[in-house]
Design a protein around this ligand. Structure first.
Ligand SMILES: Cc1cc2nc3c(=O)[nH]c(=O)nc-3n(C[C@H](O)[C@H](O)[C@H](O)COP(=O)(O)O)c2cc1C
Length: 174
């Protein structure tokens, strides 16, 4: 079972749609997956699930458990202001420390409206995950100009599809 994390809590996000597409690519390779979408975070989680409240917010814990129980994770990382969304960092700050994501395998897919495809977003996130002891797969597809390359629930760009399938093949063996 591979757990796909939607790295934003924005409603109707493109990241969610890419996560669903990624799940369909996994199914085509007979890999089961589940999606954890940060849109399901409780609205007040920064005041009710962090620091002295760590582990006490049941709604937050539901998402946290799915991430902490996973061996392999895929993060769909939208580029926000040249990095990854702050809500994803706040979610990471609410995981069990230091063992929350230690020794897990992670893959990342960057998406952006502009030309960078989340390259810096994934670089910043890789630093954090490596610090936390997570093994991050080196293949990190950068899906730039996503609006022009995603239609009808599918990535329409052949190169992007090759990169995603190549990543999945490595992730399965990882
Ligand atoms: C707060 C915010 C900041 C953003 N900053 C950037 C950015 O720095 N560069 C860029 O190319 N796109 C930026 N975007 C566009 C997103 O990267 C783009 O919509 C992404 O593909 C999907 O985001 P979504 O999952 O929230 O729909 C930004 C979007 C939001 C909501």
């Amino acid at each position: 079972m591979i757990t796909i994390v939607v790295g934003t809590n924005r409603k109707n996000s493109v990241s969610r749609k890419v996560a669903e597409y990624y799940s369909s690519l996994l199914s085509a390779k007979s890999e089961e997956s589940q999606i954890v979408d940060l849109v399901d975070l409780p609205a007040d989680f920064t005041t009710t699930a962090l620091y002295e409240n760590n582990g006490t917010n049941e709604a937050f814990n539901g998402l946290r458990k799915k991430v902490q129980a996973a061996d392999k994770l895929v993060f769909i990382v939208p580029e926000y202001n040249g990095s990854f969304p702050g809500v994803l960092k706040a979610f990471i700050d609410g995981l069990k420390y230091p063992e929350g994501v230690k020794d897990k395998m992670a893959a990342m897919v960057g998406i952006s409206s502009g030309v960078q495809g989340g390259v810096f977003a994934m670089s910043h996130l890789t630093d954090i995950f490596n610090y936390l002891g997570m093994n991050v797969l080196a293949i990190k597809p950068k899906l730039a100009a996503i609006e022009r390359n995603f239609e009808g629930g599918k990535i329409t760009n052949d190169l992007y599809n090759q990169l995603l399938n190549g990543q999945i093949d490595r992730l399965i063996k990882f």
